[in-house]
Design a binder for this molecule. Structure first.
Ligand SMILES: C[S@@+](CC[C@H](N)C(=O)[O-])C[C@H]1O[C@@H](n2cnc3c(N)ncnc32)[C@H](O)[C@@H]1O
Length: 343
C-alpha cells in the first residue's frame, strides 16, 4: 500500500473548531463539547508526527479479514502509524432520569444505542465523503445486538480513552476510531500499543517489542493480564475466538500472569532479590509476550538501577534507553516523561 500523503488524514482547523456550525468536513463531537479543554492543551495544534518510513501494509488474512503486517523491522517504541481520528465520540448515556428509573437494564441499553446511532448519523453526515467512505468500509461485528450500522462500526473499531479532556473533573470516556489503525487485529500478547497525542490530536501506534519484517502487527482489545476465560468473554462481541499463543496454552499463560501480578512488586522491593533473578524474570516475561506491561518496565528499571549502583555505566545506560522506549510505547509521546518521572 502506498504511503498516504499528509493531507489524507482529516484536517484539523482552528477556524472549524471556533464555530461548530462551519463544521463542513468532520468529525469530532468531543471538540465541540469540550472545545476549551481541547484548545487549552499545551502545544495544540501541533502537526502530525509521521513515521520516518512507512513500515507496514494491510492485507487480507484467512479468518481475520484485513490485518496489518510489518514490511520492515520495527524497533521498540517506534512510531508505526499516526493519524487523526475519523470519529471521536463521548460515551454518554444521555437519557431522561424518569426513563432510567422505570426501565430494565436491557431497555436502557437499547435506548442508549439508538441515541448513539442518531448522534453518529449527524456527525457522519457532515464528514467529507472520502472520510465517510473510510468509516463505512470498516468492519462491523455488531449485527444482532441492537447496534445500528454506525454504532456497530464504532464498537468494532474504537479504542476507549478514559478521563479524556477532563476540565470539570468529570469522568468520561471517549471512543476514538481511526482509518488504517482500525485494521490492527487483536492478540493477548500484542506487539504494539495505541496512544493518543493531544497536542497534535492524533492516534499513534507504537511497537511494544521488536517486530521483525513480515510479522503481523497486533494490539490488545481486552486486557493482557486477565485469565484466558475472562479475556475470551471480553472479546466475544468482536465475533472471533483468539488463537494467540496465550489462548492456545491457557494453563501456563494463566499461571504466569498470576505470578506476574502477584509477585513482581514484592520481588522488586525485596532486599534479597538479585540482578540475576530479575534478568531471568525479564526473559520469562518476553517468552510470554508481555513486554507491553508496566511490570516489564519496572523490571527493566530495577536492572538499570542495579547496574548503576554497581558502577556499570554502559549497561545502566542501555537499560535506561530500554526503559524509555518501552515507556514511550505504553504511555505515548505526550506522557512518556511524566510516566518516567512517576516511577
Ligand atoms: C478493529 S477490526 C480489525 C481489522 C479487521 N480484521 C478488518 O478486516 O478490518 C476488529 C475485527 O477484526 C477481526 N479480528 C481482530 N482480531 C482478530 C483475531 N485475533 N482473530 C480473528 N479475527 C480478528 C474481528 O472480526 C474483529 O471484529
Amino acid at each position: 500500500m502506498a504511503a498516504q500523503p499528509p493531507h489524507a488524514t482529516p484536517p484539523l482547523k482552528i477556524k472549524t473548531l471556533d464555530s461548530p456550525n462551519k463544521n463542513a468536513e468532520s468529525l469530532y463531537e468531543l471538540v465541540f463539547t469540550r472545545q476549551p479543554a481541547v484548545l487549552a492543551t499545551p502545544g495544540f495544534p501541533q502537526p502530525l508526527q509521521h513515521p520516518t518510513k512507512k513500515k507496514y501494509n494491510i492485507r487480507a488474512v484467512d479468518g481475520k479479514g484485513l490485518a496489518m503486517f510489518a514490511t520492515d523491522d520495527i524497533d521498540v517504541g517506534e512510531l508505526i502509524v499516526c493519524e487523526r481520528p475519523l470519529v471521536m465520540l463521548q460515551q454518554l448515556v444521555d437519557l431522561p432520569m424518569s426513563f432510567i428509573r422505570n426501565s430494565s437494564k436491557e431497555a436502557i441499553m437499547q435506548a442508549a444505542m439508538k441515541k448513539t446511532e442518531r448522534r453518529l448519523e449527524s456527525l457522519i453526515a457532515k464528514m467529507h465523503s472520502k472520510f465517510r467512505e473510510q468509516y463505512m468500509s470498516l468492519v462491523n461485528s455488531h449485527h444482532h445486538d441492537g447496534s445500528g450500522p454506525l454504532h456497530g462500526r464504532m464498537r468494532t473499531n474504537a479504542f476507549g480513552m478514559r478521563d479524556f479532556y477532563n476540565p470539570e473533573g468529570e469522568k468520561h470516556t471517549c471512543s476514538v476510531v481511526g482509518n488504517e489503525i482500525s485494521r490492527v487485529n487483536h492478540s493477548c500478547c500484542p506487539n504494539s500499543n495505541f496512544s493518543f497525542h493531544r497536542p497534535s490530536f492524533a492516534m499513534e501506534l507504537r511497537a511494544t517489542r521488536y517486530i521483525p519484517k513480515g510479522t503481523e502487527i497486533t494490539v490488545n482489545y481486552c486486557g493482557r493480564l486477565e485469565p484466558c476465560k475472562d479475556r475470551q468473554k471480553l472479546i466475544q462481541h468482536y465475533g472471533f475466538t483468539c488463537d494467540c499463543p496465550a489462548c492456545k496454552d491457557p494453563i501456563s499463560s494463566d499461571n504466569f500472569r498470576d505470578v506476574l501480578v502477584r509477585t513482581v512488586d514484592n520481588m522488586l522491593k525485596n532486599d534479597r532479590t538479585t540482578l540475576e533473578d530479575v534478568l531471568i524474570f525479564i526473559t520469562k516475561i518476553e517468552d510470554f509476550g508481555l513486554e507491553g506491561t508496566w511490570y516489564y518496565i519496572r523490571c527493566l528499571l530495577f536492572v538499570e538501577q542495579s547496574y548503576r549502583m554497581k558502577g556499570m555505566k554502559e549497561e545502566s545506560k542501555a537499560y535506561r534507553n530500554r526503559v524509555y522506549k518501552h515507556t514511550l510505547a505504553l504511555a505515548g509521546r505526550g506522557d512518556v516523561m511524566h510516566a518516567i518521572a512517576s516511577f
